[in-house]
Structure formats: structure tokens, C-alpha cells
Design a protein. Structure first.
Lengths: 262, 262
């Protein structure tokens, strides 16, 4: 099967990850673990369990990034939510999952976590640490063009005001449904993460995007990422030193989906 | 001959002798649960393709266990002395290695693992250094294995304990060389571990009867041959360690002829 075959899945099928590095790990070690173990293992150990797309981003190490903004974000689409949960019956997925504890803060604050989204239906549906999707339509996030915003809550806004203003912006982004194939957001007490999927439009300098609507609110630290399509031409048993991961990297991992997508 | 019946003898310097102490943050039930559902299966399924040739893990019974005795022991035989480190150049093994820090008290578990030949004098006999008694290539996945976990007898002064074990090993090295083709020992001030292997005799407790006055036996066991019959991506919950049959295992690995990382 070729990587370019389109298999769209529901927006409910995305696991939204916000990871915080263990303080005992320095950034260099963190990047090394991401590149030699986590990012490749996420793909290579989970394709057969139904992983559909994987887009990791590394805000860690960027100048002036506040510590309460995630060090790594990722969206992991699965064939369905059930596919994700069923994955834990497989040794490969259990093994991959348990590797996280020695790298990320998995108890305490700020807490690393992953959650499935709910449909965004206005301000009441936007809750802290509850991801939302803006367009209830299937999409293939491994293909197309992803834009990703990571931002801190401006210090001038209370958490509730921040949530209200982000909710209004998300409502406005929903008006762009003819231009965007998908959008996912998650607000924390201290940060916002947002991904949108648009078509690959060669030659278009400024594609229609919801980013500007959110950037108008996010006057503090923020960064926009454009995940680079990245293919790992290796098997888990190949001699391979790993990826060279650096601050600000963002990848849209390219791989052949398992036979269950046929 | 079936692939799994093919013999792959390896030199005694190719084994890693693991003595694992449970992370005090985890209960024994959690420890056994993680071992059975992830660690032991992952070791057995992720590593043979890159050189693991035999794997004999033992979960040490906790009833009346002196604190100096480890909670888990394991022998991991590799295709050659360099294979273990070479395997770490693969994603599969790096992912497996990342599991260890959470489960074990690494300050106690990370002792010398690679054995050397038993020295000719006690002055050169080091605490917590594994030793092999016979310099022969052996396939530990086949044949008869006997594993003993013991502590110092209260009738033996601490200062004399290791000397008595050394004397026993030196004698055993000569007296049993026709019956036993491989033997490993590891000793410190309070504990002594033994693994014996033979292809000609069925080993039992009488082979260590001369040590009766020196040690208190905690466990004497013949590791049970087991074929998991499951792959990395199969629906499988792993090993049930509440079943005493699984206390000590000699896992039938799917061993390729040429296991070096590609």
C-alpha cells in the first residue's frame, strides 16, 4: 500500500497529546529520546494497531517558551476511538505506552496528558483539558497541509476570559468550513494548542486559515509550526541512530497504514 | 529439524545476568503485573531478531524473602558478546530498554551483569560479579536448567560466606565437568545465585547439597519451557504471574539464523 492513499477517519478519532518534560531530564536528553525512541516507536510499534496519522511537534527549547506550555505536542489519529482502546490488548502498544513514564511528567503539575476530543458547539463546550474538533467531517491528516499553533495564555487575561475569547475565535473559524478540512483545539489553564488541516495548494502564499483569529488573542508567547512530511525508511530491527530532533521541529509522519484500512 | 529446534550455542561471556530489585514506589502486585503484561513478553518478542538467543526470567517468591535477595532474576544470552550493545542501535531494543527505570530500583539493580571466568584464588573473587565455571558454548534455550536463589546461613559469619561459596564453586568446577556443561554463580555478602545447565543429566537439588550448611535455600527450581504462541501485535494479555507455574521460565524464542541488526 502506498503512503499517499487517502483513508479519511472521523475527527473524534484523534488523541491530542500535550507532554511536559520531566525536570530531571535536560533538553538535550529529551530531544535524544524523542528522536531515537519515541517518535520512531510511535509509528513503528503502532501501525499494526491501527495508527492512522501522527504529527508530533517540539516546542521545547524554543526561546522564551514558558514552562507551563507543553514541551511536546502531538495529534495521533486512529481508525476509531475503539481502535485506540483495543490497542492495549497488544504487547507492542503496551510497551510503547509504558516508555513514557521515564520522560514525561505523568503525575503532578504541569501534567502530561492525552485526550479524545468532543465536537465544538460554542463556548460551553470548551473546557480546560477537553480537546474539541471544529468540523464534523472525516479527513486524512497524514495528507494535506497542517498548521499548528502553540501559545501561552496572555498574562493580561484570566483563564476564564482566555477561554471565552478562544471560544469566540473557534466559532469564527468554523465559518471557514469551505476552506479547512479539519481543525482541533485544546485549551489548558495556561496554554492553547490548535491544529488545522488544509489542502495542499501549490503557489498559494496565504491559504485561508484560522490562525490569525487565534493569534489576535494570544499576545504572549506563541509559535506557529508547519509539520514537515517525514518518512522513516527503517524497520524496528534496523541499525539506525534515530532522528535528529531539535527545538521547534514539527513532523507529519508518513507511513503505510495497516491492512485494516483497506 | 524445526527452526525452534536448531541449536545456537553461545559463549558464556554472552550472557547478561540480571538481578532486579522492585522500585519501592510499586507494590509487588504492580511489579508482577507489569512484568507479566509487558516486560517479560517484550524482552522475549522484541529482541530475538537482533540477537537474543535465550531468556530465562524468574519472579522470586516474596514469602520469607530476605531483602538482600532480588525480586527478579534473569539470564539473557546473546548471539555473541558484542550483540547486546549492537542491538541497542535498533528502535525495538531502545524502546524495550526504556521500560526499566520505572519498574526497578536501578540503584540496586544496576550491578555488573557480564560474567567472567571463576578466578583461581579467592582474593580475585569479587562481590556481585557474575562468574561462569565452564568456558564452553552452550544453548541455554535447550537442555536442562536448574536455578537456585539462596541467602547466607545465619550459622556462617558474613566474613566467611563468600569464601565458602568460592570454595564450593572451585570444587564443583572440577568434580562436575562431565555432567554440567555450563554454570553461573553470583554472590555477595548476603546472597548467592546459581544457574546450572546440562544436556546429559537432569539437574536437581542434590547438585548443590554440599552447600546446605552454607546457605539457606530460598528457591530451587527448574525453569519451565514455554512457547508464548503470540506476536507483538496479537491480542494477548501476557503472562499471569499469579500462576506459580510461571515463577521461572525458559522462553522458547523465535530465533533467526542471522540475528544481527540490518
Amino acid at each position: 500500500m502506498k503512503t499517499t492513499e487517502n483513508f479519511s477517519v472521523s475527527p473524534q478519532a484523534v488523541r491530542v497529546w500535550r507532554g511536559f518534560r520531566l525536570p530531571s531530564l535536560n533538553e538535550e536528553t529529551f530531544f535524544d529520546k524523542l528522536g531515537t525512541v519515541f517518535i520512531p516507536a510511535t509509528v513503528k510499534l503502532q501501525i499494526e494497531a491501527g495508527l492512522h496519522s501522527y504529527t508530533p511537534t517540539v516546542p521545547a527549547g524554543l526561546p522564551h517558551k514558558p514552562p507551563y506550555v507543553p514541551d511536546e505536542t502531538a495529534i495521533l489519529f486512529w481508525k476509531s476511538q475503539a481502535t485506540y482502546w483495543n490497542g492495549f490488548t497488544r504487547l507492542a502498544v503496551r510497551t510503547y505506552t509504558l516508555t513514557h513514564n521515564g520522560v514525561y511528567v505523568t503525575s503532578g503539575t504541569p501534567l502530561s496528558r492525552a485526550d479524545f476530543p468532543v465536537g465544538f458547539i460554542g463556548s460551553p463546550s470548551l473546557e480546560v483539558d477537553q480537546p474539541v474538533f471544529l468540523f464534523d467531517q472525516p479527513a486524512d491528516w497524514m495528507l494535506g497541509s497542517i498548521r499548528h499553533l502553540v501559545a501561552e495564555r496572555p498574562r493580561s487575561l484570566s483563564a476564564d476570559d482566555f477561554r471565552q475569547q478562544v471560544a469566540e475565535a473557534l466559532q469564527n473559524i468554523q465559518e471557514l468550513k469551505d476552506h479547512l478540512q479539519g481543525a482541533v483545539a485544546c485549551i489548558g489553564d495556561e496554554y492553547l494548542v490548535y491544529w488545522e488541516l488544509g489542502p495542499i495548494a501549490a503557489g498559494v502564499k496565504t491559504p485561508v486559515s484560522g490562525l490569525q483569529l487565534l493569534q489576535e488573542i494570544c499576545s504572549g508567547w506563541s509559535q506557529i509550526f508547519r509539520p514537515a512530511p517525514t518518512y522513516l525508511p527503517i524497520d524496528i530491527y534496523d541499525e539506525w541512530p534515530g532522528m535528529n530532533v531539535m527545538a521547534g521541529n514539527s513532523f507529519n509522519m508518513q507511513f503505510s497504514r495497516s491492512a485494516q484500512f483497506k | 529439524m524445526k527452526e525452534n529446534e536448531t541449536l545456537y550455542p553461545v559463549p558464556p561471556q554472552s550472557v547478561y545476568v540480571w538481578r532486579g530489585f522492585r522500585n519501592p514506589d510499586k507494590s509487588f502486585e504492580e511489579f508482577a503485573g507489569f512484568l507479566g503484561s509487558v516486560f517479560v513478553p517484550a524482552c522475549a518478542l522484541l529482541q530475538p531478531n537482533v540477537g537474543l538467543r535465550a531468556y530465562l526470567p524468574t519472579l522470586v517468591p516474596q514469602e520469607n524473602k530476605p531483602t538482600a535477595i532480588p525480586d527478579q532474576t534473569a539470564l539473557m544470552f546473546w548471539a555473541n558478546p558484542a550483540a547486546h550493545n549492537l542491538a541497542n542501535t535498533t528502535v525495538a531494543v531502545r524502546a524495550y530498554q526504556h521500560l526499566h527505570g520505572q519498574l526497578y530500583d536501578m540503584s540496586r539493580s544496576h550491578t555488573q551483569e557480564v560474567p567472567v571466568i571463576l578466578p583461581s584464588t579467592f582474593e580475585a573473587f569479587a562481590s556481585d560479579q557474575p562468574y561462569f565455571l565452564f568456558d564452553e558454548e552452550v544453548d541455554w534455550m535447550h537442555g536442562n536448567v536448574w536455578h537456585v536463589i539462596a541467602s547466607r546461613s545465619k550459622t556462617v559469619p558474613s566474613a566467611e560466606f563468600q569464601n565458602k561459596v568460592f570454595e564450593w564453586a572451585s570444587t564443583f568446577q572440577v568434580s562436575q565437568k562431565d555432567a554440567i556443561d555450563a554454570a553461573l554463580i553470583c554472590c555477595n555478602e548476603e546472597t548467592a545465585l546459581f544457574w546450572l545447565h546440562s544436556t546429559v543429566v537432569d539437574i536437581d537439588e542434590k547438585y548443590l547439597s554440599d552447600l546446605t550448611d552454607v546457605v539457606d535455600m530460598h528457591l530451587q527450581i527448574k525453569p519451565r519451557q514455554i512457547d508464548f504462541g503470540h506476536g507483538l501485535w496479537d491480542n494477548w494479555s501476557g503472562i499471569n504471574y499469579s500462576d506459580q507455574q510461571n515463577t521461572s521460565l525458559n522462553i522458547r524464542l523465535a530465533r533467526p539464523k542471522d540475528p544481527i541488526p540490518r
